[in-house]
Write a protein that binds this ligand. Structure first.
Ligand code: C5P
Length: 216
């Protein structure tokens, strides 16, 4: 299959030296890209800034902001058989980018933020993607309900959900406990290392893609 994977956080600039970001390490997305490549698939990894090594055999496209990631996905989504959205994209970005370093003035500073585009949410509706679509959901409450809502709203075939409030798993960790939310049921595999979970998830995605191709 030809697979697109997004991974990592995004970085939303305020001025030449400051930005807003989040605690995503990119490990889950990179583990997915690596597992797809090892299973013989052609992989494009579109990644925000991380400390990770690029997996072997993967085409790599680095981006910084949500807007750059959106443009990269829009450009590369056509003719992909599957797309996996593991990036932790900022929901808001600073309304303006200051050309020069912002100076301290008053005792408080109010930042105005504006929404970033929902990349995963645009894939079916804006980019016309008909392949296998996988989203991730990082939640701190009502994991399954929020993931199922995301699956339906964004037209996903599977949402891989994890509870980021649990210590030792999820964000910036080597381990993860995921809930697999399918259109008609939910599965809860045991907690494991991201590098062990990823090949299992790749097999699930291969199965969904094969079913889609057979069933139309
Ligand atoms: O709605 P929420 O941000 O929780 O959805 C998470 C899923 O949507 C993840 O798969 C994430 O990669 C994707 N996403 C995206 N673009 C955004 C926000 C989230 O692709 N702006």
């Amino acid at each position: 299959m030809r697979v697109l994977v997004t991974a990592g956080p995004t970085r939303e600039a305020l001025d030449p030296v400051r930005y807003l970001t989040n605690r995503s390490s990119g490990k889950m997305g990179y583990a997915m890209a690596d597992a797809f490549a090892k299973a013989g698939h052609e992989v494009l990894l579109i990644s925000g800034p991380t400390q990770l090594e690029i997996p072997e055999g993967v085409d790599f496209l680095p981006v910084e902001s949500a807007l750059e990631m959106y443009a990269a996905v829009e450009r590369h989504i056509a003719r992909r058989d599957a797309a996996v959205f593991a990036a932790a994209v900022a929901d808001y970005r600073p309304a303006t980018l200051s050309e020069h370093k912002m100076k301290k003035t008053g005792e408080t500073l109010t930042l105005e933020l504006v929404r970033t585009p929902d990349i995963l949410g645009s894939v079916r509706s804006q980019f016309g993607f008909t392949g296998t679509l996988i989203g991730f959901a990082a939640e701190t409450q009502d994991l399954e309900a929020f993931a199922r809502d995301k699956l339906q709203r964004k037209g996903c075939d599977l949402v891989i959900a994890n509870d980021v409030s649990k210590p030792g798993i999820g964000f910036d960790s080597d381990r993860n406990e995921v809930l697999l939310v399918f259109p008609d049921h939910t599965e809860a595999p045991p907690e494991d290392e991201k590098h062990h979970l990823a090949p299992m998830l790749v097999r699930e995605i291969e199965r969904i893609a094969a079913e889609k191709m057979a069933g139309g």
